[in-house]
Design a protein around this ligand. Structure first.
Ligand code: FCB
Length: 451
């Protein structure tokens, strides 16, 4: 691939960031009053995570955050997306805040600002306090209210300095992998539960936006969605119909209520045909999910090619395996940057003139340090450049994209994959915690410096 990306100029103020999430990078699961989360229990259950790995220590960011902020500054990042661990703030998921938990994020925010890096926290990136998991998790209608209560405590403590907030990370993944496919906490396998969980995650988003407005804080807030550009496997009408169905399932089920205050009729009909009436969606819920927010976070990794057929759980479409004619990452995900351009260009009918932030985009390449300490991750360098060029092209075509956050700043605990997936711009040697900037981090630094 060419060096596309190095010579690109982005609009003034465009955020160049990287992202992490608390359970994936922090470790220190028993420190400073942190309570247990759904992922602590899940990762410790035999057979849930590759090689029985857990987030107990992982990248040790809870202790090494100062060094990590220095590395961010060395790359020249202008924004950092991290998540606040709810079980640090409310160890049991409700009640008064644990001051030591909030102190940690307070210090992190100050250190970022001192380096000119905008702190962009996500309130909920899947580490549900265990007490709430045991009270029904996202199947409970109370969990969204608890999320709003927790969010309020974060706004109160950090809202004088944090101006960009994300509510819920990827409700589709949380609901589907957690409640339909059994791959993420809490490990259930039930389509009906997945739909109900998605509704309550969305309600949690709406409730958190309401709480933000009520806090009177200045700033902007929005949801983070994993959006999968969907294309039919052929021009056959049945495949086209299947692709539209799948687009409803992964994308429109979230975009429509968040931005238009209403679930899409076609997707709701598919769900109700399979699992019966969705009485959990009560009058007023969709309007609450649609409480006006200020931005959209888009996580993009790859496309989905769809064929008619019936998948696990009865959904009337299947996802095609990766095509051998398309380049792929070390985990076999297709590298399809042109779909990111298309995706960003197509979002205006939901977002209007609100900004879009690419909140995650990245790849697994497993390159290890050579004897001199260099990590020559050329696959990631190419991926990064190609996707920045794709964002640039979308902006050129009129899309209002205000920032890009590479996933991830650090190699980390990749959920059910454990440590065998490395997504970082920075290599982490887990036994020692040592960090090394990979070639991709240096390439990103050059792109940022050239602005
Ligand atoms: C997304 C998650 C993030 C990370 C990347 C690879 O689905 O939001 O935590 O695991 O995938």
């Amino acid at each position: 691939m060419t060096a596309a990306g190095d010579s690109l100029r982005f609009p003034a103020g465009f955020l160049f960031g990287a992202g992490t999430s608390a359970y994936q990078v922090e470790g220190a699961v028993d420190e400073d009053g942190r309570g247990p989360s759904s992922w602590d229990r899940f990762s410790h259950e035999p057979g849930r995570v590759a090689n029985g790995e857990t987030g107990d220590v992982t990248s040790d960011h809870y202790h090494r955050w100062r060094e990590d902020v220095d590395l961010m500054a060395e790359i020249g990042l202008t924004a950092y997306r991290f998540s606040i661990a709810w079980p640090r703030v409310q160890p049991d998921g409700s009640g008064p805040a644990n001051p030591a938990g909030l102190d940690h994020y307070d210090r992190l925010v100050d250190a970022l600002l001192a380096r000119g890096i905008a702190p962009c926290p996500t309130l909920y990136h899947w580490d549900l306090p265990l007490a709430l998991e045991d009270a029904g998790g996202w199947l409970s209608r109370d969990t969204p209210e608890r999320l709003a209560d927790y969010a309020r405590r974060c706004f109160d403590r950090l809202g004088d300095r944090v101006h960009t907030w994300f509510t819920v990370n990827e409700p589709w993944v949380a609901a589907t992998l957690g409640y339909r496919l059994g791959l993420h906490a809490p490990g259930h396998r039930d389509l009906r539960e997945a739909v109900v969980a998605s509704h309550h995650l969305l309600l949690g988003h709406g409730a958190a936006v309401e709480a933000f407005r009520a806090s009177g804080r200045e700033g902007r807030i929005g949801i983070v969605l994993s959006l999968a550009p969907t294309e039919p496997a052929s021009e056959d009408e049945t495949d086209r119909e299947a692709a539209r169905g799948s687009d409803g399932y992964t994308n429109r089920w979230f975009l429509d209520p968040v931005f238009h205050g209403r679930y899409p009729d076609d997707t709701r009909a598919v769900f109700e045909g399979l699992v019966g009436p969705l009485a959990e969606i009560r009058d007023g819920d969709e309007a609450r999910i649609g409480t006006p927010s200020d931005l959209l976070g888009v996580n993009y990794y790859t496309r989905r090619v769809i064929r008619a057929g019936t998948a696990d759980g009865g959904l009337p479409w299947t996802v095609e395996p990766a095509s051998p004619s398309v380049q792929h990452t070390d985990t076999g995900w297709e590298i399809t940057p042109w779909k990111l351009t298309e995706l960003l260009e197509g979002l205006e009918r939901w977002t209007g003139d609100r900004p879009i932030l690419v909140t995650e985009n990245g790849c697994v390449f497993l390159d290890q340090p050579d004897p001199t300490g260099r990590v020559a991750d050329t696959g990631r360098v190419d991926y990064l450049r190609a996707h920045l060029a794709a964002v640039h092209a979308a902006i050129g075509a009129g899309a209002n994209v205000a920032g890009y956050f590479h996933w991830s700043l650090l190699d980390n605990f990749e959920w059910a994959e454990g440590f065998r997936s490395r997504f970082g711009l920075i290599h982490v040697d887990y036994p020692s915690g040592r960090r090394l900037l990979k070639d991709s981090a240096k390439a990103y630094a050059r792109i940022i410096a050239a602005q």
